[in-house]
Design a protein around this ligand. Structure first.
Ligand code: FE
Ligand code: FE
Ligand code: FE
Length: 166
């Protein structure tokens, strides 16, 4: 008789969601890097793409530690966030304004990831999965640092340039 799903099942389900979300991002970030006008923003997107590939590998290590197959489950939230980012690229915005919009879209993605990894890390901790929690914590730190970096770009000069754009 199949019982109700456990906290461990919930952890695995949510890991599959974020695994798929990261994979969607590896397809979206190159497009965002190409669309970006600021060299610093292009670099930030490219570097986070590399980081994202490492995060996917880290999730594969997590699945291995939990002794389950690395498999994704469509993340509808990331699908929506990526869709909105694509819409921004087609709005016909001034290049500097587009940069501001791309940063906003990317920060929404980072915030979703921060919420996801924060939760996952807490679940792993509660389940006594210390090594898993540690791996998830590493990714959480990267997402937070990326959010911070994007914030600095926006508040540094990108938003100001966008305001001045014709
Ligand atoms: Fe990520
Ligand atoms: Fe999701
Ligand atoms: Fe990220």
């Amino acid at each position: 008789m199949a019982g109700k799903k456990s906290m461990r099942d919930l952890l695995i389900e949510e890991l599959r969601d974020v695994y798929n979300a990261e994979k969607q991002l590896t397809r979206a970030l190159p497009k965002m890097a190409r669309a970006a006008h600021s060299e610093d923003l292009k670099t930030a997107f490219k570097e986070h793409l590399e980081e994202t590939q490492g995060q996917i590998e880290r999730l594969e290590q997590v699945f291995e530690k939990l002794d389950v197959r690395a498999r994704g489950k469509l993340c509808h939230a990331m699908e929506g966030l990526v869709e909105e980012a694509k819409d921004m690229m087609e709005e016909g915005l001034e290049p500097d304004v587009l940069d501001a919009a791309l940063i906003a879209a990317a920060q929404k993605v980072e915030h979703y990831e921060i919420a996801s990894y924060g939760t996952l890390q807490a679940y792993a901790q509660a389940l006594g999965e210390k090594e898993v929690a540690k791996l998830l914590e590493e990714t959480l730190k990267e997402e937070k640092a990326t959010d911070e970096r994007l914030n600095k770009l926006a508040c540094g000069d990108i938003n100001k340039k966008a305001v001045k754009a014709a």
